[in-house]
Design a protein around this ligand. Sequence first.
Ligand code: GLY
Length: 559
Amino acid sequence: MRIYIAAMALAVVFSVSGQSIDRGLIAQKAMVVSARAEASQIGVDILKKGGNAFDAMIATDLALAVSFPFAGNIGGGGFMVYRLKDGSYGSLDYREKAPASAHRDLYLDQNGEVIPQKSTLGATAVGVPGTVAGLYAVHQKFGTLPWKDLVQPAIDLARKGIVVTKRQAQSLAGSRDLIIRVNHPGSLYAQTYEAGDSLKNPALARTLSVIAQKGKDGFYRGEVAEKMTQLIQDQGGYITLEDLQNYSAVWRKPIVFPYKDLNIISMSPPSSGGVTLAQMFGMLRQQSFDSLSGWDSNSIHASVEVARRAYADRNYYLGDPDFVDIDIAALTSPNYLASRMSTFEVDRATPSAAVGHGQPQTLESDQTTHYSIVDAQGNAVAVTTTLNGAYGSKLFSDELGMFFNNEMDDFSAKAGVPNMFGLIGAAANEIAPGKRMLSSMTPTIVERDGKLWAVVGTPGGSTIISAVFQTILSLRDFGMGMQEAVNAPRFHHQWLPDVLIVEPDRFSPAMIESLQNMGHQVNQQQSRIIGKVDAILVLKDGSLEAGADPRGDDAARGF
Ligand code: GLY
């Protein structure tokens, strides 16, 4: 401890650059923060009509499917963590599943080598979508307004058209070649769009109208299901009508753990988010890092060292709990976490080769989306949803107006071989029929002194856990406000490869040098941004402060 404090004194404090707005939108009663202003507005409109946070979730989610096809979806899946006004909490898993015909070696050739792009591009990459089943399950359990009234705003938006933003035009341009390769040059999102253009998706409006009338069955049975399976199978993919009919979302017990005076509620497997976050906060506590005073080289070093150890366990032990036994109590026990930190040195990076998984991984980008909602009664939801890659598998149905996920790549195609984000998997996450692929999505709700305090989450694949961890530490230990914590520069280490990725030009040269002197392999080029956190903080007077990430088009709305 004494050595640590001494080292702290030598720490180089970095300055936050490039972000000018440090205070987020303040609302007295209710708020929605998401990747698009239209989606946040639609969610808030539902809240103003008397809907609760769950009603707003359904409307916001479907509005993101229209306005943010990069990651918003009906052809993907996600996770939701909630906390009710009475303090009870829970979570919903609507992660995609492997089709029934899938098997461990689905993406390997005759020599046992991974076939490039088979799990990432086109129909072979698609997992059975979970989003509509998830939203419908939420409505059945918690909805107060009629289902069709919650779907209607997205239908109207798809018909009326969204205004293309500059970032969106750039993102579509970046994916155009692949969208054409998987589809055809006339495909809706293969067109050239400029910022300010209106983009209408009447086919998606029709699909949503069927879902509005028939609920879950409007997607998983009947004409929409038939069109989906026809397209996927025509293109060589595996999903059948039975796969769709057999899909269901699962209510799961969240991972709940303390950190100082906080109680953190996060997603359980098949997301790795909650367990990994619990390990990271637990290891930090074991080392008595109570004296952290800000993001300096020592606090970054300590955070990297706990991440290195937690990610090594993530990749080895975690998978779909319906298929593999995961001893969460053992993985998060104080004694185990203390033993994991026995090799920690306050001023020296531990090489990842010397860490390995304990005995009781590279980089995903921002191709997912998260939104946070608090309603006027005090109910809160944190939702992270994804198609996996940008525009998922790029497979787009002209008839249905939707992209399909490429979530099959989140399985470990072959032990020891990295997936599209460089994550190296093990047997716990190998492919099996009907199994859910391991995720990093970390929708999280934080209580302080027993009350709702923060709703946090982000896209970013494996970097999600780092961004959520750093945001909570910025709030709790460094006393930042919500927008300030969201703006703060981010870094990421995931055990393998043994590289400390930092957002470029956001850390001072002295800070980088200090970390390099400790032995960290710092890389400033690998990722332009790490996460896009959309979050809400309950302030002392009960009002809400938004943190809408300026790294994207993200926006808060509230009243
Ligand atoms: N596909 C990103 C994740 O689930 O972590």
